[in-house]
Design a protein around this ligand. Structure first.
Ligand SMILES: *Cc1c(COP(=O)(O)O)cnc(C)c1O
Length: 438
């Protein structure tokens, strides 16, 4: 090797000179002072919710006990404790001492198999090869976005929608176009608008059902219409189904993967919201692809991306099979029932408040409430509304603009009934006081 290099240098003495020159250039051009600046990537990474919460200067009114309805983290609300199956599974995983080492980059095969079994459908039987484990659902979305789109391509995302979509896409220089959801139609997708957005650089559609922040759950027929559009344009669907199955009353829930026969679905999910353990950071991508549109190269490229960070914590991976197999249906039913009752309670009470238009949610753990501009002309926007609501009534909600839903605010339905009733009473008093056309 050394001999060959020497030979090259002797044959091309210019190379040596050039190398030496470059080294001395580099020495000169280096500044002698610290000059650390945020990178372009860092500058382009921006979480609108954090920005809004961090810039808020409002202080709660000391006359009232604070009611927090902002955090999209079920673990902070009493009554939303994880199932004992999950806690036991973690203890067993630690005690087994088997999960200290590196796991395969896209996840332990037994854990992947358990996810595959849970998400197999009567028509699509999945294997562990159809599953990649990731660091939460966000990790799954991250790999799907970068795995399907290059910088300069675009992905269609819902508006209103989960804020991390734009945070990630901006950070990677991947474009996005927002398709409208229609509040007057229970936040269904405006299909005409969606269709008008496709272009030659569109690489995926993101759908989120049940939805954060809307609380909407599409009917089977509506999902089939979305799938039909995707098929027409040959664009895969990234289904954010982190709230999959979290639906109220006897609303039917079918995942996109269970409905699609001709469009590949990359279904992103996690333990976070269904098992009430967002801090455990265990998520997955489930690949439904009955038409084998995802080539083996694409599948391998997704696995290669997992090889950088090496997946979620091994101890949690070790617990996955037990968590998925042994959490009783009653656990989910009880959570859904509680959220459904809270949804009705909030909807009924806020429907009577002047200038507020709640939209009845059908799933997830959120509801968006509209603020009537005419009746609440005294507020500059939804941010002003939530800031003053906090400083006057000590009720904390997130303004819609954090989700690209200006004119709305979001309520998290995990608080206790007593807290929700108190919050609705305070909202009522607040709105009556500020309403401009009573
Ligand atoms: C909470 C949430 C996620 C993130 O899930 P993690 O598993 O905590 O990463 C993704 N999408 C939506 C819509 C969410 O609300």
């Amino acid at each position: 090797m050394l001999q060959r290099q020497t030979a090259v240098f002797c044959r091309y003495p210019g190379i040596i000179q050039r190398c030496l020159r470059r080294m001395s250039d580099r020495k000169d051009s280096r500044s002698k002072q610290w000059n650390l600046q945020p990178t372009t990537t860092a500058r382009n990474t921006f979480n609108a919710i954090r920005a809004i919460i961090d810039t808020s200067t409002a202080k709660p009114n000391p006359e009232y006990e604070t009611i927090k309805l902002a955090a999209g983290d079920p673990a902070v609300y009493p009554g939303f404790e994880p199932p004992s199956s999950a806690l036991e599974a973690i203890r067993e995983s630690v005690n087994s001492e088997k999960f200290c080492g590196y796991q395969p980059a896209h996840g332990n095969a037994t854990a992947r198999k358990a996810v595959a079994e849970l998400y197999s459908t009567p028509t699509q039987s999945l294997s562990s090869d159809d599953v990649l484990l990731t660091c939460g659902c966000n990790g799954a979305l991250d790999i799907c976005f970068r795995g399907l789109a290059n910088p300069g391509d675009n992905i269609l995302i819902p508006s209103p929608g989960f804020i991390i979509y734009t945070t990630m896409l901006d950070s990677y220089g991947i474009g996005f176009k927002e398709y409208r959801l229609l509040p007057e139609q229970n936040w269904d997708v405006d299909l005409y608008h969606l269709e008008s957005l496709f272009d030659s650089k569109t690489k995926a559609i993101v759908v989120n059902c049940p939805s954060n922040p809307c609380g909407s759950v599409y009917t089977k027929e509506h999902k089939l219409e979305i799938i039909k559009l995707a098929a027409k344009h040959c664009v895969p669907i990234i289904a954010d189904e982190v709230y999959g199955g979290m639906v109220f009353a006897d609303i039917e829930y079918k995942s996109f993967g269970a409905l699609s026969t001709d469009v590949p679905i990359l279904s992103c999910g996690s333990l976070a919201k269904r098992y009430l353990v967002p801090g455990w950071r265990l998520g997955w991508i489930v690949l439904y692809d009955s038409v084998t549109a995802l080539s083996s190269e694409v599948r391998e490229s997704l696995v290669r991306m997992c090889q950088v960070i090496l997946g979620p914590c091994a101890v949690i991976q070790g617990a996955v099979p037990k968590i998925l197999k042994e959490t009783p249906t009653e656990f989910f039913q009880a959570i859904n029932r509680k959220l459904g009752e809270n949804a009705i309670l909030v909807f009924d009470r806020l429907s009577k408040v002047p200038g507020l238009t709640p939209i009845m949610p059908r799933g997830s753990m959120y509801t968006l409430v509209g603020i009537d501009q005419k009746q609440h002309a005294g507020f500059k926007d939804d941010y002003d509304f939530t800031e003053r609501l906090y400083s006057e009534m000590s009720v904390r909600c997130i303004p819609g603009k954090a989700f690209r839903a200006p004119g709305f605010f979001r309520i998290v339905l995990c608080a206790s009934q007593a807290k929700l009733i108190e919050a609705c009473d305070r909202l009522s008093e607040f709105c009556a006081r500020h309403c401009t056309s009573l």
